[in-house]
Write a protein that binds this ligand. Sequence first.
Ligand SMILES: Cc1cc2nc3c(=O)[nH]c(=O)nc-3n(C[C@H](O)[C@H](O)[C@H](O)COP(=O)(O)OP(=O)(O)OC[C@H]3O[C@@H](n4cnc5c(N)ncnc54)[C@H](O)[C@@H]3O)c2cc1C
Length: 390
Amino acid sequence: MTKSYDYIIAGAGCAGLSLLMRMMKDPFFSQKNILVVDASGKNQNDRTWCFWEKEPDIFEPIVHHRWNALDFFSETYSGELSIRPYSYKMIQGLEFYNYVKSAAESHSNIHWLKETIVSLAPAAKGADGKALAGIVLQDRSIYAEYLFNSILFEPIRPEAHQYHLLQHFKGWTIQTEQPCFDPGKAIFMDFRVGQEHGATFMYLLPTSATTALVEYTLFTADLLNQESYDTALKQYISEYLHITQYEIVHKEFGIIPMTNALVPKTEGAVVYIGIAGGQVKASSGYAFRFIQKRTAAIADALKKGKPIPVKAGFAAAKGLLYDSTLLHVLHHRKMAGSDIFARIFRQNRASDVLAFLDNESSLLTDLKIMSSVPTAVFLPAALQELKHLL
Ligand SMILES: Cc1cc2nc3c(=O)[nH]c(=O)nc-3n(C[C@H](O)[C@H](O)[C@H](O)COP(=O)(O)OP(=O)(O)OC[C@H]3O[C@@H](n4cnc5c(N)ncnc54)[C@H](O)[C@@H]3O)c2cc1C
């Protein structure tokens, strides 16, 4: 088999383009022939990414808005979350895609293909005996030394003892005539909405005094019908935001898998990235920062000629145990999500909780956070999950 490229990036979404951007920033990769393949032209503003960060990273120039203060609301605890040294940041999908595409224009080693990938090609070997990986298109296959794949060809299939909840959400960007919002403060979670389906909250991201994204989010096994999301949004905007006159200028809908099912990180010369590489935090649905850390580690390994890291370190392994425990409690409805998050935010510094959600907290901080939820509920769940993980 002959390789046509050094690297193929399959899927030009968050993970594929994050990896590409990191490669473009390092002269080591300027000698590499890189093919980026996506079925879509990536010209829709199809998602908004929010994440928290202490230090600016490579996408800092396109941060659309940032907040240094966040509010939390629930029936049992409400308060302002002190998130320093973190900032909560928003990047818009279309700005992200355009930023990377326009940076790539000056790199003649980067090639684009707008085509549907049918499947991954069977593993092959080059003339030098080295492993190659490839993609199957409608009428041909293309091979490379490495294939970075962010396409989920099959849904993730959890085993019987694993969990698979969905984080599903509908968001409206609304515009008002009169100033209604404080663009310096966002609502991270507002659980004062019906909890009949499972853990359910709103969040509010104001980007000016007259514009905000309001999003209705649920962690449940099944989706709702579209009308239910709309009804909940309308009701929240009028009852809690006290806004009656507004225009909906943009809508987004998303589903993110929240699962402790393990997916392979690599298979031969195929390296899985993004959601396909398991980079969603199972207990929160946040993926953007995990994708950044993973793509940085991949670029670093390639540059140093080292194998792509596959082993979960201690931090990731304990993160998986905590995630599995929370999914266990939510799946079996042993305690309401609103109560869990309210206790955690009431009893801990918000910056510690954010570090915990990033798998970056110390063991001591983890113990403190875990002691804020009832041992009688969480300990048996954790022991059961530990048995499956060992
Ligand atoms: C609406 C929405 C909002 C989100 N908000 C946040 C957030 O605020 N914070 C956060 O941390 N995470 C968020 N996430 C989760 C996660 O960050 C995103 O899903 C992220 O885009 C995942 O990156 P990815 O590269 O794995 O997948 P994608 O970005 O979806 O990229 C996959 C790419 O593969 C392409 N593709 C798929 N099938 C084929 C095929 N057969 N052939 C060719 N191309 C194909 C697609 O066109 C797409 O470009 C959100 C997810 C959604 C859906």
